[in-house]
Write a protein that binds this ligand. Structure first.
Ligand code: ZN
Length: 103
């Protein structure tokens, strides 16, 4: 049997695409106070709804959108400074620019 190695093709993917990844994630329950449940509209909302934040991040990645999603996931969920978010969910993926000159 022939041994397979990873040296036969480059593992390096050129990161020349800018992706916009829109996602939702949930704030920790401990960050929600009873006052937060009373919304500006005067209605009380479900705690899950109040915890859910939505944001869009741009990321420089390769041509595969999944890599861009993974990059944003790591940025958002792997952050140690921000509150620890959970339930990361991608709701939008858009290729903004491709063929970016990377210096
Ligand atoms: Zn409301």
């Amino acid at each position: 049997m022939q041994e397979t190695t990873n040296t036969c093709h480059s593992q390096i993917v050129k990161k020349d695409c800018v992706w916009l990844v829109t996602y939702t994630a949930k704030l920790p329950l401990s960050m929600i106070s009873p006052e937060d449940l009373v919304c500006e509209c005067g209605e009380r909302h479900d705690i899950d709804e109040v915890r859910t934040i939505s944001d869009t991040k741009s990321v420089l990645s390769g041509p595969d959108g999944q890599d861009a999603i993974n990059g944003v996931f790591e940025k958002v969920m792997g952050s140690t400074v921000a509150p620890q978010l959970t339930d990361f969910q991608v709701i939008g993926l858009k290729l903004l620019v491709s063929g970016v000159e990377v210096l």
